[in-house]
Design a protein around this ligand. Structure first.
Ligand SMILES: Cc1ncc(COP(=O)(O)O)c(C=O)c1O
Length: 410
């Protein structure tokens, strides 16, 4: 059929896109094993979820400390709804609820930064802050594996006239070369993840910082997966590895370990106003739902208390048990020092089939394929939570054992 209406032409054109072609071909070839865009019908008890009438243990949640089920967090959301209603229907450029200011103050004090600015998500923090921080005379350099939201933000900055380039993953030498190749510039922003969410790797921050400082550059560290769960009292990877926030912006998530909603930029005080004036996602978009800001304050209190160590101990025990169990099976385990543990499979179809095999045995892990990882670099990504049980961890290891026998992953 020849497409005639403009909307049909648009659809046909999109179908020619390489990524769309790859994904549509997967969905057509493997309709039963493509465990993507799942609809969860029920959550609990514990980490159980029900999908398509099947109960599976959820190893795909970023709620690393299990705070999504914490009664104090849930009570704060309920109280917040009574206090503020369902939403504050205005851009923050006009008005924010008091809880927004309280949450920012508490986050800044907990993190040890001068100030924090909350955005509705980390994606919107990056898309607001990165183009806001640079101008036509400046440069942005990104680790080639930096999160997609920073790569997209850099495209906006590039359209505004900034120079943009990428450097080889985690390589200070490549960073130096790339920055030198972009000179002359006024200032540069070096965008990296605080922990790479597909592999669990932490970048060599000290070495990257040394290079950045020597070439008029500031680090911009998206620590979405480290916020609330790594470092002392969950402050993330940045302070633990760099020892100070002197030459960086630290970006955190309020929806992963925090189990609330939103993202934030932590920075020196003068940047707060500059970001408010220049971040389009802050000015032209809405805020985090107020009730969640009350819950964020509750989570900061939990993280700052001795209870954090108890939660972390339980999580660390699970991570060690799982990592050593999988390694003993001879599997290639990536990461393992953080709650994100990936098992390398490689081939795309095999990764999907392996994920479905585990699902059918009662365990949901994420089958991660290109473009989230390199082509033919498929992994099974496991997210370990403090409120998983020992039985669930051991059960997952046994399921991997059976998978390994059948699929010869080792
Ligand atoms: C490093 C990083 N940045 C940003 C995001 C997106 O966060 P949000 O869902 O808050 O937009 C993620 C999500 O996994 C991430 O890993």
């Amino acid at each position: 059929m020849i497409a005639s209406a403009p909307i049909d032409k648009l659809m046909q054109a999109l179908r020619q896109n390489t990524l769309v072609k790859i994904i549509e071909q997967f969905e057509e070839t493997y309709p039963d094993i493509h465990l993507k865009d799942l609809v969860v019908d029920r959550v609990g008890p514990g980490r159980m979820i029900e999908v398509n009438g099947q109960e599976v243990m959820n190893f795909g949640s970023d709620s690393f400390l299990g705070l999504d089920q914490d009664q104090r967090v849930l009570a704060s959301i309920r109280d917040g709804l009574d206090r503020w209603g369902s939403h504050n229907g205005a851009s923050r450029a006009f008005a924010s609820v008091r809880s927004n200011a309280d949450a920012e103050e508490k986050l800044a004090a907990w993190l040890g930064v001068e100030t924090v600015l909350i955005y509705p998500s980390v994606t919107l923090a990056n898309q607001g802050a990165i183009p806001a921080l640079v101008g036509r005379k400046d440069a942005i350099v990104l680790d080639e594996q930096a999160h997609n939201s920073m790569q997209d933000a850099a495209k906006i900055a590039k359209a505004n006239g900034a120079k943009v380039a990428t450097f080889s993953h985690n390589s200070p030498k490549a960073l130096r070369k790339t920055l030198e190749s972009l000179r002359p510039y006024r200032c540069a922003l070096v965008c990296i993840d605080g922990i790479y969410s597909m592999s669990g790797e932490i970048p060599p921050m000290v070495e990257l910082d040394e290079v950045a400082r020597s070439l008029d550059a500031v680090l911009y560290i998206d620590d979405a997966h480290g916020t609330g769960v790594l470092g002392e009292h969950g402050r993330g990877t940045v302070l633990e590895h760099l020892g100070s926030y002197d030459n960086c912006f630290v970006i955190g998530s309020l929806s992963k370990a925090f189990s609330c909603a939103g993202g934030f930029v932590g920075c020196p005080e003068p940047f707060r106003r500059l970001l408010q004036i220049r971040s389009n996602s802050y000015i032209f978009g809405g805020p985090v739902v107020p009730a969640y800001l009350d819950a964020i304050c509750t989570v900061v209190d939990i993280l700052g208390s001795p209870e954090y160590d108890t939660l972390r101990d339980r999580l660390d025990r699970h991570v060690s048990r799982l990592t050593s169990g999988l390694t003993d099976l001879g599997l290639t385990v990536l990461g393992g020092h953080t709650p994100i543990i990936s098992v390398r499979v490689g081939d795309e179809a095999k990764t999907l089939k392996a994920g479905k095999y585990l699902f059918d045995r009662g365990y949901y892990v994420q089958s991660v394929l290109f473009p989230a990882v390199p082509y033919r670099g498929g992994v099974l990504r496991i997210q370990c939570n403090a409120n998983h049980t020992d039985e669930a961890i051991d059960g997952l290891i046994s399921a991997f054992d059976a998978l390994n026998v059948e699929f010869r992953l080792a």
